[in-house]
Each structure stands twice: as structure tokens, then as C-alpha cells.
Design a protein around this ligand. Structure first.
Ligand code: ATP
Ligand code: MG
Length: 873
């Protein structure tokens, strides 16, 4: 069974059980402070489990792109070493939101596996939560046990502990016991030797978990306690690649048609052979896996970077480069070449891979080039460490520095050291790593309290498109404490005019006024799992009361100007540069806007001017806002609206149109483009390979900009004594200046020539050497010239010149080559005499200089020079 068919059979099976089929949500998360990536199929539905949003469908099924590389679920280090964990994988899932529970979930899973997919019942085992006698004091899941007992032999039902059979999304939130389904795909011979049930949950590569049925029935509170959820839910997750392995009769996920085209391509490019040597196998698997994760992340809009999610993506790619470098002997970028195969193979199910192929290739290639450079540099640094190591052990600190400052992989350090018969102090390294982690954790630690509910409501309503003031009630609040921001309160209202940060636009600020006049300031507004959360410095005295919520009008108005201008800029870029331009990032602030987009070369000045003029023309046209809420996604797209990839859109959307510009957008906008007043591009530059960034201003900021420019120009004019034509006047000054410079140079040359004659007369003969130590008023280059010219004209010369340049002192020593010796060594002399001028230096035996910061010491240094010519016995 081809993987395509495996996927479609799953979805049609649950469609037949009245499930709504939905598309995969993005893999990179935008509004979840607790999670960077979707790490399980349930993540896009968190808002329903948490009760923040009312469900539209009580039964859903889908396949979801997941990434497990950070936080609670992190499989990164396993990937490649085993044959059934990936960084990025697809999770097939079916959901019930307060609808069916354990009985149907169990029966349907069984029906699908054994009847639709035809897996042999004798190869399946299931697990049930055995209960726990820790603080949670949970009973065994008898219910699940009984439902299983009705369909499977009892000796195939195994008891599982909390680690394996109690699923938790994170430290807080919905959780519950689970039942896993494991499959044994060993040969009959192997099965006869060891019973499968002894290998369940024992990390055996052919006895693996394929499906987890989670029974969400509790909520984990901040204090660690559990409370029953008002409604019970089903959350299941089946590893798509593992299922393909089982159904295609192979023993590794990498032997399925999901991975084999990539593996063939890696073999061809790197001239290696899969299934020959285990270290090569691992490296090939790492590359095949990681290119998927990185490509999907980039398509989702997450570029590799230095922080946060971008850094995680960078690390995955670097891990692949490093395995290729060491084990497949690839010293040139090659991973980007795999994107072609990947997009051919998966582009149908995930069209973003096709449409963004070139960008993905460019970004990966650039990352590869730069990391290969890092590796080369790191190797040099490591050589240095090896050369200087005392004994056999390289300290953890040294290795950590290499890792932390230069990005050199620690396992590569360990490998190279062992090849050289040396050892790495791994414990020391771990200590350093831990210290660093503690430091950053302490800096970002946030303690979040439980929600305290004050008023019951259905669902919070956003009214901020129509009004900036509203009467609100606080429905719930909680306290958060972070090292960075101190103590804050998060408030949720029954309705709110406050726009929460999103779509690049900053969150609203404002205040909350109680009926008795007390005011609490709202310093920011953010969305968290679809809940609009207001951040306040304090809590109103009477939280149960009614308040007037008021948005800061000025900030909102400035922000709206920048948001509308962003749409016009997007349109302008697509008109001037071409429709290959896609939005890759946007920041709409009250003071400025920033727009990232795909384009493969610098935007020429002419084009920038054209873009700016285009936007300003739309402003002059006074285009009115045409806003449509609640139209269907399909209709909006058919009418030509632009949707952004990596955004999660519902069935009904909001479309914003100004003339020919039409985008799906949740942000706030001006009523008419004329409100923007004027648009000015401040800068254009590169963000990454194939991604450019434009920063621009509008409205008040543009006015201020003009005022500043005019003021600065007036100052220039005043400095030029109000010249009629300042540009011409500056040109004349510049020419004059150049001519004067040239004259000075000539004069200095002349002066040096005269000086040479004078100095010659001052030479003293000491023990057969022509000696002179003197302060001169020349610069370093001139002194050097002078010394060498004198040296060319006479033998047995020992010169020490000093000069002062502001707060600095410079000593220059010249000694004729024929008389240099261990004692008469210019390098040594300036180093020793350098101490009088509080500095140091060095050079060759016949010529050396030293610089210092104590000109007052010059006299003494000059006096001491003669000592070098005195006999010492
Ligand atoms: P395992 O113990 O094998 O790591 P898990 O307990 O972490 O699995 P769940 O969190 O229950 O798995 O995820 C549900 C299903 O997703 C699993 O049954 C498995 O089929 C699949 N799965 C989990 N992690 C991975 C991964 N890293 N790569 C591929 N598939 C995975
Ligand atoms: Mg796992």
C-alpha cells in the first residue's frame, strides 16, 4: 500500500464515522507562549480542550505536521540512530470534543487497523494505565481495560506506568490516561524466540508503538494538582511513517516510499551506499530526516536564525551538515539539492514545498555554506587546543568555548580527540552547559498561576474593529511572574476592544476604569491559544465589577496607518518587482513598519523609488476601506485576495481591500488611504538568502522625518554662511581641502629632507657605533622612511626616535643589520624601553616600534637607549 493510500484511507474511514476532515495546521506556532512547534496532533485544538473556544465540529480527523525537537517532546538526539523516530513527522488523528469517549475510540482504532488496513491481530498489543500511588493517587483505567477485553485476548493487554500511559501536553493543561497500540513486525522465527509482549516499550525497533489513544479527562493545575474536566475528550495520534512501515512490510521507516527517494538521492550525491556500514546509515538517515524538517519549517515561514524557533531550525540543519561532513565526506553544500526530490515527492500533499522550492533551496544552501566555514575554522581552533593540551584530557571549559562561541559541535570535538588518542572531559563540558542553561532559564523564568474565574461566559468577543471603548467584565485572571517583567496580571474580558498582537501588528495598550474611578493600565495585549489576554501591572480592587475598557487611540491610529501602508507596500512590490514576491514576515508598530519578502537580489534604488511612489499614489487616490467580515475563504481567494502561507485560516475570513489591494487580514486599518498622509522607505537590506527587508514610516513619523531633514539642512546652510547653493559650496570646500592636503605632504617631505641633514650632524659615536636617540615631530611612517634613508647612507647605525601623537607615544628603533646582536636587537629594545611609555611592541632585530599611553616617559626612554651600547662585564 503506497503511503498516499495509507493517508487517504485513514481520513475516509473517519469521514465515514461522521468526522469533519480538516487540513494540517502550520508546524511553526505563532501565538502560544509555551510551545514553539506543533509537537502533536492535538496542538491546533488546544483552544478547544482548554475551553477558550467553542467547537464547531465535535468530531474531527486530520493529518498534522509535527516537529519534536524542543521542550517536553524532544527526539532530536535519537533521530538517525534508530529507524522509527523523526524530527518532523505526520501524525494521523481523530478527535472527539465532548462527544464519544473511550468505547468508540477503542473500537474504531481496532476496526481500522485490523479490518481496513488488515494488520494481523496476533501482531498487536495494547497498554492500559496501571494507576499511580504518587501525589496524584490515580486509579487504574479499568474502563479502558474492559473495552479492550471485549475485543482482544487478555494476555495482549499490558499495564503501563505513568511515563508511558499518562499523556500530558506540558506542565499545565489538559491531560489524561492513554492506551497505546503496539505492533510486532519481527519474523516468525524471532517471535518464537522472544514473545512480543516482553518487548513492548523496550525500545525494540520492530516492536513499536504506532497509535496512542489519549483520554482527556483532567486538567493539570499550576500547583501540580489535577481537576476533572467538565467535558471529556478523545485525542488520538498515529505515526504515519510507522504505519507505512507496517503496511509496506519493511523493517524501518526509512525503507518506506516516504523516505526511499530521498535516500537514493543522498546515495547518488554523496557517492555512499545505504545499508553497508552503520555509521554511514545513521548519517544518511539524519540527512534524509532533517531536510524534511528544515524544508517544511522554511515553507511555514520560519527561517533559520540566532534565537527561538529559528535557532532550533538552524541546529537541526547544522546537525545534518555535520553528519554529512564527518561520515559522508561532504565538504561542499549538498543538502539543498535534496529539496527537489522532496518537493516532487510530497508537493502534492503539501503544495507549499512546490511553490517555495527556490526559496527553500537558497536558504538551506546559504546556511550550509556558512556552517561549513564554521567547521573549517573550528577544526583550526581545535588543532590549537590539541597542540597546547597538557596531559591527555582536554578540559570541558575549552570544549564548551568552542561549542558556545564558535558553534562547533561537541560530538565532533569528542570524535576528533579520540582519534588523536586524547580524551574530552565530558563531565566538565556538561557542567558548563548546565551553568549556561541555568543562566538563561533564570533570565526568562516565568511562573504562571492558575486562572481564577469570576464570571461565566461562552466565548470572549472582539469588538475592537468597531469601537475603542467598551463596558467589560473580567471573566478570568491570573498572576504571572517573570524575572524580566516582574509581577503582572493577565486579564480576560467577556468582550474587548483591545487588539491582540497578531499578523505582525503590535497589541493595543490602554486602560481599564472601574465605576469608582480606579484605573488599571493595560500595557500589552496578546493572543494565547485564541484567548485575548490583557497584561496589566495590577489588579482592580473589585474584580467582579464592570469596567470601561479604553484603547489608547493615538497608538492605534498610528499603527493602523502602518498596517494599511504595509498592504500597499506588498502590492507595490508585486507590481514593481513581480508576483514572485511573497510576504515572509511583517512588523506593524506604531512608529514604523517592517516588511520581509522573497526576492533574489538587492532592490535597485530606482525600483525603491518606484515602490515608494506607487504607495504614495495610492495614498493620494484616497481609497476607502472596503472591509468584509465573515466571507468564506474560498470566495475571498476567488476574488483575488492574498492569503499568507503558514497562517491558520478558518472557513470564514476577513478581507481587507483598498483599491486593487486585497488581503486576508485580521488587523486594524485606516478608513481611507489618505489618512496615511505619506509613506517613506527608510532602508532596504538582506535578511537571509533570497529574503529582503524594507523598513518604512508613515503619518506623524513621516512628518517628523521631514521636519528633521529641513532642520538639519538649515544648520548646514548656516554653517556655510547661508550660501546660495550649498552643494556647490561644499564641492568647492572639498576641492580646496584636497589641494591643501597635497601641499602639506610636499612640505613635510621637504622638512624630513632637511631634518635628515641636521640629524646626521647630531650623531654621536659610542664604541664604534653611530648613535642617536631623539624626539622628532613626524608621524610613524615618516620616521620609518627617515630611519631607512639614514641607514642606506651610513653603516653601524643605532637610532631611537620617539614621537608624541596626542595622548600616545611611539618609539621607533633602527639598527644597521651588520651590528645587530642578541643585545642590540631592535625588538627587544623597544619592548624594554616601552615600559617607560606604558606600552609595548616589538619587531625585527633591525627595526621595531612600540606604542604606549604615557608620553611623559619619552624622555627617560631616550636617555636609557645609550645603555645598550655600554660594555657590560
Ligand atoms: P515513542 O515512545 O515511540 O517515542 P511517544 O509515546 O512519544 O512514542 P506519542 O506522543 O504518544 O508517542 O505520539 C503518538 C504517535 O506518534 C506514536 O504512537 C508514534 O506512532 C508517533 N510518534 C511519536 N513520536 C514520533 C517521532 N519522533 N517520529 C515518528 N513518529 C512518532
Ligand atoms: Mg516519544
Amino acid at each position: 500500500m503506497q503511503s498516499k493510500e495509507v493517508r487517504s484511507k485513514f481520513l475516509s474511514f473517519f469521514e465515514g464515522k461522521q468526522h469533519q476532515i480538516v487540513a494540517s495546521a502550520p508546524m511553526v506556532l505563532k501565538d502560544d507562549p509555551t510551545l514553539m512547534f506543533t509537537n502533536a496532533g492535538m496542538v491546533p485544538f488546544k483552544e478547544f480542550f482548554l475551553g477558550n473556544k467553542k467547537v464547531k465540529y465535535s468530531r474531527i480527523a486530520d493529518t498534522q505536521k509535527c516537529l519534536r525537537v524542543s521542550g517536553k517532546h524532544n527526539d532530536l538526539e535519537e533521530v538517525g540512530k534508530d529507524t522509527y523516530h523523526h524530527t518532523m513527522f505526520e501524525m494521523l488523528g481523530n478527535w472527539s470534543f465532548g462527544d464519544y469517549f473511550k468505547k468508540d475510540a477503542i473500537a474504531w482504532a481496532w476496526e481500522l487497523l485490523t479490518e481496513v488496513y488488515g494488520i494481523d491481530k496476533n501482531d498487536l498489543y495494547v497498554t492500559v494505565f496501571e494507576g499511580s500511588d504518587d501525589a496524584d493517587k490515580l486509579a487504574m483505567d479499568q474502563e479502558a481495560y474492559d473495552f479492550w477485553k471485549a475485543i482482544i485476548a487478555e494476555d495482549r493487554i499490558l499495564m503501563g506506568n505513568k511515563k508511558d500511559n499518562f499523556w500530558e501536553m506540558g506542565d499545565q493543561g489538559p491531560c489524561g490516561p492513554c492506551s497505546e497500540i503496539h505492533v510486532d513486525i519481527r519474523t516468525a522465527e524471532e517471535k518464537a524466540k522472544t514473545p512480543g509482549k516482553d518487548l513492548v516499550n523496550m525500545d525494540h525497533p520492530q516492536v513499536v508503538e504506532i497509535w496512542n489513544l489519549v483520554f482527556m479527562q483532567y486538567n493539570r493545575k499550576a500547583n501540580g494538582g489535577l481537576e476533572e474536566l467538565p467535558a471529556k475528550h478523545i485525542d488520538t495520534g498515529m505515526g504515519f511513517e510507522r504505519l507505512c512501515m507496517v503496511l509496506q512490510g519493511v523493517r524501518s521507516n526509512y525503507d518506506t516510499d516516504v523516505f526511499s527517494p530521498l535516500i537514493r538521492e543522498i546515495e547518488t550525491i554523496t557517492h555512499s551506499k545505504y545499508n553497508t556500514d552503520e555509521t554511514i546509515n545513521i548519517a544518511i538517515r539524519v540527512v534524509a530526516d532533517h531536510v524534511r524538517a528544515v524544508a517544511f519549517a522554511i515553507a511555514d515561514g520560519q527561517l533559520p536564525s540566532n534565537t527561538g524557533a529559528g535557532y532550533v531550525i538552524r541546529r537541526i540543519l547544522r546537525r545534518a551538515v555535520r553528519y554529512g561532513f564527518t561520515f559522508l565526506n561532504t565538504k561542499e553544500p549538498f543538502i539543498y539539492k535534496l529539496v527537489h526530490t522532496l518537493s516532487k515527492q510530497m508537493g502534492e500533499a503539501f503544495p507549499e514545498l512546490k511553490s517555495q522550492k527556490q526559496l527553500i533551496e537558497n536558504v538551506i544552501k546559504e546556511e550550509e555554506v556558512s556552517f561549513l566555514r564554521t567547521l573549517e575554522q573550528g577544526l583550526v581552533l581545535l588543532e590549537n587546543i590539541i597542540k597546547n593540551v597538557k596531559g591527555k584530557v582536554v578540559s570541558g571549559e575549552k570544549a564548551f568555548e568552542l561549542y558556545d562561541t564558535y558553534g562547533f559541535p561537541i560530538d565532533l570535538t569528542a570524535l576528533i580527540l579520540s582519534e588523536r588518542g586524547l580524551e574530552l572531559d565530558e563531565e566538565g563540558f556538561e557542567t558548563e552547559l548546565q551553568k549556561q542553561k541555568d543562566r538563561s532559564r533564570a533570565a526568562t523564568k516565568v511562573a504562571t498561576g492558575d486562572w481564577i474565574h469570576c464570571h461565566d461566559t461562552d466565548e470572549e468577543v472582539f469588538v475592537g474593529y468597531d469601537t475603542l471603548k467598551a463596558d467589560v467584565k473580567i471573566t478570568r485572571y491570573r498572576k504571572v511572574e517573570s524575572k524580566k517583567e516582574g509581577e503582572l496580571y493577565q486579564l480576560v474580558f467577556d468582550q474587548t476592544p483591545f487588539y491582540p498582537e497578531g499578523g505582525g501588528q503590535v497589541g493595543d495598550k490602554g486602560y481599564l476604569e472601574a465605576s469608582n474611578g480606579g484605573v488599571v493600565y493595560i500595557i500589552d495585549t496578546k493572543k494565547e491559544n485564541n484567548l485575548i489576554v490583557h497584561f496589566a501591572k495590577g489588579l482592580p480592587r473589585d474584580v467582579e465589577g464592570t469596567f470601561k475598557a479604553v484603547v489608547d487611540e493615538k497608538q492605534r491610529a498610528r499603527t493602523a496607518k502602518n498596517h494599511t501602508a504595509t498592504h500597499l507596500l506588498h502590492q507595490a512590490l508585486r507590481t514593481v518587482l513581480g508576483t514572485h514576491v511573497e510576504q515572509k514576515g511583517s512588523m506593524v508598530h506604531s512608529n514604523y513598519l517592517r516588511f520581509d519578502f522573497s526576492h533574489f537580489s538587492k532592490v535597485a534604488d530606482e525600483q525603491l523609488k518606484e515602490v515608494e511612489a506607487f504607495v504614495n499614489a495610492r495614498i493620494r487616490e484616497q481609497l476607502p476601506l472596503d472591509e468584509r467580515r465573515g466571507i468564506s475563504y474560498k470566495q475571498a481567494i476567488n476574488e483575488g485576495a492574498i492569503a499568507l502561507f503558514g497562517e491558520k485560516y478558518g472557513d470564514s475570513v476577513r478581507a481587507i481591500r483598498f483599491g486593487e489591494s486585497m488581503e486576508l487580514c485580521g488587523g486594524t486599518h485606516v478608513e481611507n488611504t489618505a489618512d496615511i498622509w505619506h509613506f517613506i522607505i527608510k532602508s532596504e537590506g538582506a535578511v537571509a538568502a533570497g529574503i529582503r527587508r524594507i523598513e518604512a514610516i508613515t503619518g506623524d513619523a513621516a512628518k517628523e522625518y521631514f521636519v528633521e531633514k529641513v532642520e538639519a539642512f538649515n544648520e548646514v546652510k548656516a554653517a556655510l554662511k547661508h550660501a546660495k547653493n550649498p552643494v556647490r559650496t561644499i564641492g568647492i570646500l572639498q576641492d580646496e581641502n584636497a589641494a591643501l592636503k597635497k601641499q602639506i605632504e610636499e612640505l613635510m617631505k621637504e622638512k624630513a629632507k632637511n631634518l635628515k641633514g641636521d640629524l646626521k650632524k647630531e650623531l654621536q659615536e659610542v664604541n664604534g657605533v653611530h648613535f642617536l636617540a631623539k624626539k622628532v615631530h613626524l608621524d610613524a611612517a615618516q620616521i620609518k622612511n627617515l630611519a631607512f634613508e639614514l641607514g642606506g647612507e651610513m653603516k653601524n647605525l643605532f637610532l631611537l626616535f620617539a614621537t608624541q601623537d596626542g595622548e600616545k607615544a611611539i618609539l621607533t628603533c633602527y639598527i644597521s643589520k651588520e651590528i645587530t646582536s642578541e643585545k642590540l636587537h631592535a625588538g627587544t629594545i623597544v619592548r624594554e624601553l616601552g615600559k617607560y611609555i606604558h606600552g609595548g611592541g616589538g619587531g625585527q632585530p633591525f627595526f621595531a616600534t612600540a606604542g604606549g599611553k604615557n608620553p611623559a616617559g619619552i624622555e627617560e626612554a631616550l636617555e636609557r637607549a645609550i645603555d645598550y651600547l655600554k660594555e657590560t662585564n
